[in-house]
Design a protein around this ligand. Structure first.
Ligand code: AMP
Length: 184
Protein backbone atom coordinates (compact mmCIF):
# COMPACT_ATOMS: atom_id res chain seq x y z
CA UNK A 1 0.00 0.00 0.00
CA UNK A 2 1.39 3.43 -0.90
CA UNK A 3 1.67 5.94 1.97
CA UNK A 4 -0.59 8.23 -0.07
CA UNK A 5 -1.21 9.44 -3.61
CA UNK A 6 0.24 12.30 -5.60
CA UNK A 7 -1.81 13.64 -8.53
CA UNK A 8 0.51 14.43 -11.41
CA UNK A 9 -0.83 16.56 -14.25
CA UNK A 10 1.29 16.53 -17.39
CA UNK A 11 1.25 16.74 -21.14
CA UNK A 12 -0.35 14.20 -23.42
CA UNK A 13 2.67 14.99 -25.60
CA UNK A 14 6.35 14.84 -24.63
CA UNK A 15 7.15 18.43 -25.60
CA UNK A 16 10.18 19.84 -27.36
CA UNK A 17 12.89 19.51 -24.71
CA UNK A 18 14.33 16.11 -23.74
CA UNK A 19 14.49 17.54 -20.20
CA UNK A 20 10.69 17.20 -19.92
CA UNK A 21 10.77 13.48 -20.54
CA UNK A 22 13.75 13.08 -18.17
CA UNK A 23 11.92 14.97 -15.41
CA UNK A 24 8.81 12.81 -15.81
CA UNK A 25 10.91 9.63 -15.59
CA UNK A 26 12.78 10.96 -12.55
CA UNK A 27 9.60 11.95 -10.75
CA UNK A 28 8.01 8.57 -11.49
CA UNK A 29 11.03 6.71 -10.12
CA UNK A 30 11.09 8.94 -7.02
CA UNK A 31 7.39 8.36 -6.33
CA UNK A 32 7.92 4.60 -6.45
CA UNK A 33 11.07 4.76 -4.32
CA UNK A 34 9.39 6.90 -1.66
CA UNK A 35 6.24 4.78 -1.72
CA UNK A 36 3.95 7.51 -3.03
CA UNK A 37 1.28 6.22 -5.41
CA UNK A 38 0.72 8.06 -8.69
CA UNK A 39 -2.79 9.12 -9.68
CA UNK A 40 -2.95 10.61 -13.16
CA UNK A 41 -4.97 10.83 -16.37
CA UNK A 42 -4.42 7.19 -17.35
CA UNK A 43 -2.84 7.70 -20.77
CA UNK A 44 -0.02 5.81 -22.43
CA UNK A 45 1.08 8.75 -24.55
CA UNK A 46 3.22 11.83 -23.89
CA UNK A 47 4.65 12.65 -20.48
CA UNK A 48 1.67 10.80 -18.97
CA UNK A 49 2.98 7.53 -20.40
CA UNK A 50 6.57 8.32 -19.41
CA UNK A 51 5.73 8.91 -15.75
CA UNK A 52 3.41 5.90 -15.47
CA UNK A 53 6.03 3.61 -17.05
CA UNK A 54 8.69 4.94 -14.67
CA UNK A 55 6.48 4.32 -11.64
CA UNK A 56 5.68 0.77 -12.76
CA UNK A 57 9.28 -0.04 -13.77
CA UNK A 58 10.36 0.88 -10.25
CA UNK A 59 7.74 -1.25 -8.53
CA UNK A 60 5.35 1.59 -7.66
CA UNK A 61 1.58 2.02 -7.88
CA UNK A 62 0.07 3.86 -10.85
CA UNK A 63 -3.66 4.61 -10.88
CA UNK A 64 -5.22 6.14 -13.97
CA UNK A 65 -8.59 7.89 -14.24
CA UNK A 66 -9.83 8.47 -17.77
CA UNK A 67 -13.12 9.44 -19.39
CA UNK A 68 -14.45 6.86 -21.87
CA UNK A 69 -14.21 9.19 -24.86
CA UNK A 70 -10.44 9.55 -24.36
CA UNK A 71 -9.71 5.83 -23.96
CA UNK A 72 -8.77 5.45 -27.63
CA UNK A 73 -7.57 8.97 -28.32
CA UNK A 74 -5.12 9.09 -25.43
CA UNK A 75 -4.50 5.35 -25.55
CA UNK A 76 -5.43 4.17 -22.10
CA UNK A 77 -2.42 2.54 -20.42
CA UNK A 78 -3.34 -1.12 -20.03
CA UNK A 79 -0.55 -2.06 -17.62
CA UNK A 80 -1.60 0.15 -14.71
CA UNK A 81 -2.12 -0.97 -11.12
CA UNK A 82 -5.65 0.41 -11.49
CA UNK A 83 -7.56 2.09 -14.33
CA UNK A 84 -10.92 3.74 -13.70
CA UNK A 85 -13.01 4.70 -16.70
CA UNK A 86 -15.37 7.57 -15.94
CA UNK A 87 -17.88 9.48 -18.07
CA UNK A 88 -16.81 13.12 -18.08
CA UNK A 89 -13.73 15.31 -17.69
CA UNK A 90 -15.29 16.78 -14.57
CA UNK A 91 -15.61 13.34 -13.00
CA UNK A 92 -11.98 12.63 -13.84
CA UNK A 93 -10.77 15.78 -12.15
CA UNK A 94 -13.02 15.33 -9.14
CA UNK A 95 -11.84 11.74 -8.63
CA UNK A 96 -8.18 12.68 -8.99
CA UNK A 97 -8.60 15.48 -6.47
CA UNK A 98 -10.44 13.18 -4.06
CA UNK A 99 -7.75 10.49 -4.37
CA UNK A 100 -4.67 12.68 -4.01
CA UNK A 101 -2.76 13.95 -0.98
CA UNK A 102 -0.62 16.31 -3.08
CA UNK A 103 -0.77 17.84 -6.55
CA UNK A 104 2.00 18.58 -9.03
CA UNK A 105 2.18 19.67 -12.63
CA UNK A 106 4.98 18.75 -14.98
CA UNK A 107 5.18 20.67 -18.26
CA UNK A 108 2.10 20.22 -20.41
CA UNK A 109 -0.51 21.95 -22.50
CA UNK A 110 -3.86 23.59 -21.86
CA UNK A 111 -5.30 20.45 -20.25
CA UNK A 112 -2.45 20.30 -17.75
CA UNK A 113 -2.91 23.97 -16.88
CA UNK A 114 -6.64 23.62 -16.49
CA UNK A 115 -6.23 20.71 -14.11
CA UNK A 116 -3.50 22.18 -11.92
CA UNK A 117 -5.23 25.55 -11.65
CA UNK A 118 -8.39 23.81 -10.57
CA UNK A 119 -6.42 22.11 -7.78
CA UNK A 120 -4.86 25.49 -6.89
CA UNK A 121 -8.24 27.20 -6.72
CA UNK A 122 -9.54 24.42 -4.48
CA UNK A 123 -6.51 24.93 -2.24
CA UNK A 124 -7.31 28.64 -2.15
CA UNK A 125 -10.89 27.83 -1.13
CA UNK A 126 -9.54 25.45 1.51
CA UNK A 127 -11.41 22.53 -0.06
CA UNK A 128 -8.16 20.54 -0.14
CA UNK A 129 -5.25 20.48 2.29
CA UNK A 130 -2.47 19.03 0.11
CA UNK A 131 0.32 21.02 -1.52
CA UNK A 132 0.10 22.26 -5.12
CA UNK A 133 3.37 22.51 -7.05
CA UNK A 134 4.69 23.29 -10.49
CA UNK A 135 7.84 21.38 -11.44
CA UNK A 136 9.64 24.12 -13.31
CA UNK A 137 11.69 22.04 -15.74
CA UNK A 138 13.90 24.18 -17.97
CA UNK A 139 12.10 27.34 -16.83
CA UNK A 140 8.83 26.10 -18.37
CA UNK A 141 6.77 27.62 -15.53
CA UNK A 142 8.71 30.89 -15.14
CA UNK A 143 5.78 32.75 -16.68
CA UNK A 144 3.31 31.09 -14.30
CA UNK A 145 5.50 32.02 -11.32
CA UNK A 146 5.63 35.60 -12.55
CA UNK A 147 1.84 35.74 -12.99
CA UNK A 148 1.32 34.30 -9.49
CA UNK A 149 3.64 36.97 -8.03
CA UNK A 150 1.66 39.62 -9.92
CA UNK A 151 -1.64 38.26 -8.56
CA UNK A 152 -0.23 38.67 -5.03
CA UNK A 153 1.35 42.05 -5.70
CA UNK A 154 -1.84 43.42 -7.24
CA UNK A 155 -3.94 42.35 -4.29
CA UNK A 156 -5.97 39.56 -5.88
CA UNK A 157 -4.73 37.06 -3.34
CA UNK A 158 -3.91 37.85 0.31
CA UNK A 159 -0.22 37.72 1.26
CA UNK A 160 -1.11 35.02 3.78
CA UNK A 161 -1.76 32.73 0.79
CA UNK A 162 1.60 33.25 -0.90
CA UNK A 163 2.54 29.63 -0.18
CA UNK A 164 -0.49 27.97 -1.80
CA UNK A 165 1.63 27.50 -4.94
CA UNK A 166 5.12 25.99 -4.86
CA UNK A 167 7.26 26.50 -7.93
CA UNK A 168 10.21 24.10 -7.62
CA UNK A 169 13.09 23.02 -9.82
CA UNK A 170 13.94 19.58 -8.50
CA UNK A 171 12.11 16.37 -7.66
CA UNK A 172 13.99 16.36 -4.35
CA UNK A 173 12.28 19.63 -3.36
CA UNK A 174 8.90 17.99 -3.89
CA UNK A 175 9.83 15.00 -1.74
CA UNK A 176 11.04 17.31 1.04
CA UNK A 177 7.87 19.42 0.78
CA UNK A 178 5.58 16.40 1.05
CA UNK A 179 7.63 15.03 3.94
CA UNK A 180 7.43 18.34 5.83
CA UNK A 181 3.72 18.52 5.18
CA UNK A 182 3.09 15.00 6.52
CA UNK A 183 4.99 15.69 9.72
CA UNK A 184 3.14 18.97 10.44
P1 AMP B 1 -2.56 18.46 -22.31
O1 AMP B 1 -1.78 19.20 -21.26
O2 AMP B 1 -3.48 19.37 -23.09
O3 AMP B 1 -1.72 17.59 -23.16
O4 AMP B 1 -3.54 17.52 -21.51
C1 AMP B 1 -3.07 16.74 -20.45
C2 AMP B 1 -4.18 15.92 -19.89
O5 AMP B 1 -5.21 16.76 -19.40
C3 AMP B 1 -4.85 15.02 -20.92
O6 AMP B 1 -5.07 13.78 -20.30
C4 AMP B 1 -6.15 15.71 -21.19
O7 AMP B 1 -7.16 14.81 -21.54
C5 AMP B 1 -6.46 16.30 -19.84
N1 AMP B 1 -7.42 17.36 -19.92
C6 AMP B 1 -7.53 18.34 -20.83
N2 AMP B 1 -8.53 19.16 -20.57
C7 AMP B 1 -9.13 18.68 -19.45
C8 AMP B 1 -10.27 19.05 -18.68
N3 AMP B 1 -11.00 20.12 -19.01
N4 AMP B 1 -10.58 18.30 -17.60
C9 AMP B 1 -9.86 17.22 -17.28
N5 AMP B 1 -8.78 16.80 -17.95
C10 AMP B 1 -8.42 17.53 -19.03
Amino acid sequence: MPRGYVAVYCGSRVGASPAFRAAAAELGAALARENWGLVYGGGKIGLMGVIADAVLANGGTAWGIMPQFLVDKEQAHRGLSRLDIVTTMHERKAQMIAAADHFVALPGGVGTLEEVYEALSWRHLDLIKGTVSLLNVDGFYDGAAELFARILADGFLPAAEKDILHVVRETEELLALWQRHSSE
